[in-house]
Design a protein around this ligand. Structure first.
Ligand SMILES: Nc1ncnc2c1ncn2[C@@H]1O[C@H](COP(=O)(O)OP(=O)(O)OP(=O)(O)O)[C@@H](O)[C@H]1O
Length: 707
């Protein structure tokens, strides 16, 4: 369950080591936007199911709920929830097709509450909202603010300058410029609203139905949309003016039709992504009508990107409308900003100042709309407007007790991790010495990953160490600045995550992903870093390092990806390795190989290892000591043999009862005599497919795990 956070954690770890380029490139949100969710299908489904169970506990039977604290319906903040609330982080965004702007990512991490507040805290959001509010207020109050009606003219005042009661002067027909500006804004903005209403009315429902239902409607509507998009907008507008006559309202309706495909495609793309989600299936199975499912589960996902697109389309509509009026294609008789520009342009020689006011109004409105859309996207994606970690930091309570002698390498005392007022880790004590492997076991949600993340200094957003002490090589690291934490990570503490594939950037070769952190952290030249990376690949027992070095993550297997990550973790010769369920995503044979590799590396390098796992078999196989966690506490700790054979805590006994039975152990696995990997018969794919090149290794480990 923690694999997404773990993936993020690993990203951050590498980002720390790798430097800005990868820190930016490897942001998970961006990777997802590139369609890089390479986790096993089961992991993704599990993730979705949990996510939905948490958000909509009532849509699931009791059996669907997630056991443990998170299963009781609490949202898990700080982790990127993918869908649903606008807080959902949309893998759906991968499919949302919007040509011009990456709006689809707006689905990402929108929070349900506080979006307006956060928008107002965003500098651009505040400035653009203020400008837009002033413009809207001005045009709404036009009858009050205008000195006279927009059409009242007095030829005596033609081209007259500003005077009392008429601060902007008069135009060529002796009409008050301020009045025309305010009333013109009314017409301009009403036209924009009309265009938006038409675009929304056509694009959104059609996109929803096409995306959700698919089939013929989808095919037909997509065909029509493609056709509309292929039409040259200006020609259509001119033709419609010729047919229907010079009225700005008709032009705005036509404009609405022309931009509706943008809404259609955006909504359809997102809905296509959402309709395959397990929670939609669950809602269908539970008997909800399509209308209700769309209203409850689908609309909520599309509303944020729609709002952003609306702001952008409004800006485009303002510009287009003004352009049409400026070219004389509009109504002519109606005061609009475009019509004012047209008229001012005709008299540019005599009174160039007349261009200023409508130009300013158009420029300001357009700029405010674009900036508003950008700020909105930032806010909905949680970028830019967040409070800096420095400001968020709160004092950490010292440990309540510091019992026993503390290990030199890693010592944790009375560690508490809180999200708001909720403690998810409560008073954990833990020690890892050099050359020792300590297992941290417990059921899902018991706090293992949060403990590991606190040691690494990479707690998810909203989480903080609220109490206790963590020392690494005798140095207190709770409360360290991020810069100091970063210096420790990689150099002293290394991390191996749960999901190897999600932690490799699909856009870069294995080699470049290894070389860059080595260069940044160790200051080696490119050639030296390459040599070191190849050596590391050899150390993690990759058969053909040169070949793997040039491969992309999708070309290697999960087991090999994990070896690559282990190689990366070893690159700066750390003293402490934190492995967070390093084999969970792998099949049983590869698990054994990876565990064997970890054991060999640990022995040869004298590493201290904190192995986070829920697998007692792995603990028995690998660890020297074990700490058992339940509900955020360590309930029992001691040498593996003692804890597994004579558990003292009832929870440990229950955990053991759940996995042990009296059935005899299976025979060790041996490959059939004629199988490809068996002695005497070379694997035909061995020479081509690196995914198989590790298989003959660690057969002893494979047998142990299989047993
Ligand atoms: N981002 C978060 N925001 C709020 N609470 C969180 C967050 N991440 C984790 N938690 C809470 O912390 C508790 C411990 O989570 P943690 O990921 O450490 O569990 P775990 O033992 O590692 O489980 P698993 O093996 O399933 O990953 C969970 O019950 C969860 O409610």
């Amino acid at each position: 369950m923690a694999h997404r956070a773990a993936a993020r954690a690993a990203q951050r770890l590498r980002a720390g080591a790798v430097g800005a380029r990868h820190a930016v490139r490897r942001h998970p949100r961006q990777r997802r936007a590139r369609g890089a969710d390479l986790r096993p299908a089961r992991a993704r489904q599990h993730d979705r199911r949990l996510h939905h169970a948490r958000r909509h506990p009532r849509d699931h039977g009791p059996g669907h709920g997630h056991r443990g604290p998170r299963g009781r319906g609490q949202p898990r903040r700080g982790r990127p929830d993918r869908l649903a609330q606008p807080e959902g982080e949309g893998r759906v965004s991968e499919t949302a097709p919007l040509s011009a702007e990456p709006l689809s990512t707006g689905v990402s991490t929108v929070r349900r509450g506080g979006a307006v507040r956060r928008l107002l805290r965003h500098p651009l959001g505040l400035a653009s909202s203020a400008v837009l509010a002033a413009i809207v207020l001005g045009v709404l109050l036009a009858p009050v603010l205008s000195p006279q009606g927009p059409e009242v003219s007095s030829l005596r005042d033609a081209f007259a300058g500003p005077r009392a009661g008429h601060p902007l002067g008069f135009d060529s027909a002796g009409r008050d410029v301020l009045s025309r500006l305010l009333y013109g804004g009314r017409n301009t903005l009403s036209g924009v609203l009309l265009a938006l209403a038409v675009a929304l009315a056509l694009g959104v429902p059609a996109g929803l139905v096409a995306g959700y239902r698919g089939g013929r409607f989808d095919a037909a509507s997509s065909w029509i949309v493609n056709l509309v998009m292929a039409l040259p907008a200006m020609v259509v507008l001119l033709a419609s003016r010729a047919i229907v006559g010079p009225t700005v309202w008709v032009l705005m309706v036509v404009l609405g039709v022309l931009v509706s495909p943008n809404f259609f495609r955006l909504v359809r793309g997102i809905v296509v992504g959402v309709r395959g989600e397990l929670y939609v299936d669950a809602a269908k199975v539970s008997g909800l009508s399509d209308l209700r499912i769309v209203g409850r589960h689908v609309l909520i996902v599309v509303r944020a990107p729609i709002i952003i697109l609306m702001a952008l389309v409004a800006g485009i509509a303002v510009g287009l409308q003004a352009g049409l009026e400026f070219l004389g294609i509009g109504s002519g008789d109606l005061p609009t900003w475009g019509a004012m520009l047209n008229e001012a342009f005709k008299n540019i020689q005599r009174a160039p100042g007349l261009l200023l006011w409508p130009g300013l109004a158009l420029g300001l409105t357009n700029a405010a709309l674009v900036l508003f859309a950008a700020a909105l996207r930032d806010v909905l994606e949680d970028r830019g407007a967040t409070v800096s970690p420095r400001r968020r930091r709160t004092p950490v309570e010292p440990p309540r007790s510091v019992a026993g002698e503390r290990a030199e390498l890693l010592s944790v005392r009375d560690l508490a991790v809180s999200y708001g007022s909720r403690e998810v880790v409560r008073g954990v004590d833990l020690d890892v010495s050099a050359g020792e492997i300590v297992g941290l076991v417990g059921e899902s949600g018991s706090g293992k990953s949060q403990t590991a993340f606190s040691i690494l200094g990479i707690l998810p957003e909203g989480g903080r160490v609220s109490r206790g002490s963590v020392t690494v090589r005798g140095r207190e690291i709770v409360g360290l600045a991020e810069r100091e934490h970063r210096a420790l990570r990689g150099d002293v503490i290394a991390y191996v995550p749960q999901e190897p594939m999600s932690n490799l950037d699909p856009a870069f070769t294995i080699g470049s992903q290894l070389v860059e952190p080595i260069r940044v952290k160790l200051g080696l030249s490119r050639a030296e870093a390459r040599a070191k990376a190849l050596d590391l690949l050899r150390q993690v027992e990759i058969a053909d390092p040169e070949r793997v070095f040039g491969m992309y993550p999708h070309e290697i297997s999960g087991g090999m990806a994990q070896r690559v990550l282990i190689a990366g973790a070893m690159s700066c010769d750390p003293e402490l390795l934190i492995a967070d369920e390093p084999t969970t995503a792998l099949d049983v044979m590869v698990q054994a190989e990876v565990l064997g590799l970890l054991r060999r590396l640990q022995r040869s390098r004298g590493l201290g290892v904190l192995l986070v796992t829920h697998n007692l078999g792995v603990v028995a196989d690998l660890c020297d000591r074990v700490a058992v966690m339940s509900e955020g506490r360590v309930v029992e700790t001691g040498p593996v043999a003692q804890v597994l054979h004579e558990p003292r805590d009832p929870y440990t006994r229950r955990l053991l009862d759940a996995v042990l039975d009296d059935a005899p152990a299976r025979e060790p696995w041996t490959p059939p005599a004629d199988s490809p990997g068996s002695p005497g018969r070379p694997d035909p794919e061995d020479s081509q497919d690196p995914k198989d090149s590790q298989k003959p290794k660690d057969s002893q480990d494979s047998q142990e795990v299989a047993r």
